[in-house]
Design a protein around this ligand. Structure first.
Ligand code: GLN
Length: 191
């Protein structure tokens, strides 16, 4: 299974290592044509305004949308989640906007710029997911096609819509590979 990791800025190497630990072939993506033979694409955390601008400048924005329409799965962590949401509160920055969700950036406030939490997610079994949040966003509202998979303080931090998965936190910074495994399975499932 070939999975791409958008390698413009941010924590892309950690995603590549995690995907490789899960047995996938992980490919760093910088050019549109490199998306042609991947079944899924991870959009990492980092700075969403920078990544979004580079996606436009490097011709990746339209290509990612076209490959999604053909069945490529998408997984966004943190900044990647922001870029996948339809509406970003208070910002008109470039985004893919493919998930019917409203997201707030840097949403947990100054006191909680970085924190960790245990999430109980039925899809991943009884063992909690240790989630690392770094200047994290959360989702405030979702449309009817979006499944909410986990919340922290009533804020949505994992969600899925069809072949799109988003997490507000960084599983690639832990040794818990269940979310990447779940995404690899999503990419493998034929639409
Ligand atoms: N605060 C960043 C943004 O708005 C996201 C932080 C992250 O990806 N860890 O883009």
């Amino acid at each position: 299974m070939k999975i791409g990791v958008l390698a413009l800025q941010g924590a892309f190497r950690e995603h590549r290592w995690t995907l490789e630990r899960c047995g996938a072939e992980a490919i760093e993506i910088r050019r549109p044509d490199e998306l042609d033979d991947v079944a899924g694409l991870v959009i990492p955390g980092g700075e969403s305004t920078t990544i979004g601008k580079m996606m436009v400048d490097w011709g990746l924005m339209d290509k990612i949308k076209a490959r999604y329409a053909q069945g490529m799965a998408l997984y966004g962590t943190c900044a990647g989640m922001i870029l996948l949401c339809r509406e970003i509160i208070g910002s008109d920055q470039p985004r893919l906007g493919l998930m019917d969700a409203v997201v707030r950036r840097n949403a947990f406030g100054r006191q909680r710029e970085s924190f960790e939490a245990d999430l109980y997610v039925p899809e991943f079994g009884a063992e909690p997911v240790r989630a690392v949040f770094i200047r994290a966003p959360y989702i405030e509202q979702v449309g009817p096609q979006v499944a909410v998979m986990a919340k922290v303080n009533e804020k949505i931090v994992i969600a899925r819509q069809d072949k799109i998965l988003v997490t507000a936190f960084h599983p690639e910074l832990t040794q818990d590979d269940r979310i990447h495994q779940y995404f690899i399975q999503m990419a493998a499932d034929k639409a």
